[in-house]
Design a protein around this ligand. Structure first.
Ligand code: AR6
Length: 179
């Protein structure tokens, strides 16, 4: 696990499951446009939250690439789920703009709702086909850029499912941080 304090915000990189982050207030879902169950992160989140989550989601669907909406967490250990629709690689262009918007919009919601901790999966890097190295750069750069403006968010955790993605995040963070 990596944990650093960057301008008053703790940035953590962990390998694990996004549905098993009980000390985090809001977890981010790598959603589909219709905010339905699906596979990957979305499947795991809906499974853990229970059917009430999909019901609440109906009210907000469909959403567009880059958009984010917030719901309750239901049976999850987290108070909230923030559902982001990442870009489909090769289709929703420019992909980096849409991916960056996901992180920006999720953090914006946190500021509005006074949420102090958030956990992100690697949005778009599964079924949506975004190469992990490129997506990592967008995710970390976007968050590092926004951190100086954050007043409520005190902890940002990146939860990577596999070792490879975890290593890529770790190396990219080192590369991006001013020495
Ligand atoms: N915890 C953390 N990371 C995970 C988990 C988990 N439980 N499960 C998978 N990952 P994906 P996308 C990683 O496909 O690319 C769904 O069907 C995974 O290894 O969940 O944005 C939706 O309904 C990958 O690196 O999201 C949409 O239709 C990353 O999380 C579509 O897939 C994202 O993989 C969204 O595709």
């Amino acid at each position: 696990m990596v944990s650093i304090n960057y301008k008053g915000v703790i940035i953590e990189i962990v390998q694990g499951d996004i549905t098993k982050q009980p000390d985090i207030e809001a977890i981010v879902n790598a959603a589909n446009a219709y905010l339905r169950r699906g596979g990957g992160v979305a499947g795991a989140i809906h499974r853990a939250a229970g059917p009430e989550l999909e019901k609440e989601c109906e009210k907000y669907a469909p959403i567009k690439p880059g958009e984010a909406v917030i719901t309750k967490g239901y049976k999850l250990p987290n108070k909230y789920v923030i559902h982001c629709l990442g870009p489909v690689y090769g289709k929703d262009r420019p992909e980096d703009k849409f991916l960056s918007l996901c992180y920006k919009n999720a953090l914006k919601i946190c500021e509005e709702k006074e949420i102090s901790s958030i956990a992100f999966p690697a949005i778009s890097t599964g079924f949506f086909g975004y190469p992990i190295e490129e997506a990592t750069e967008v995710a970390l750069k976007t968050c590092l850029e926004i951190i100086p403006q954050l007043k409520k968010v005190k902890r940002i955790r990146f939860v990577l499912f596999d070792k490879e993605a975890y290593n890529i995040y770790q190396n990219k963070l080192k590369e991006l941080l001013p020495t």
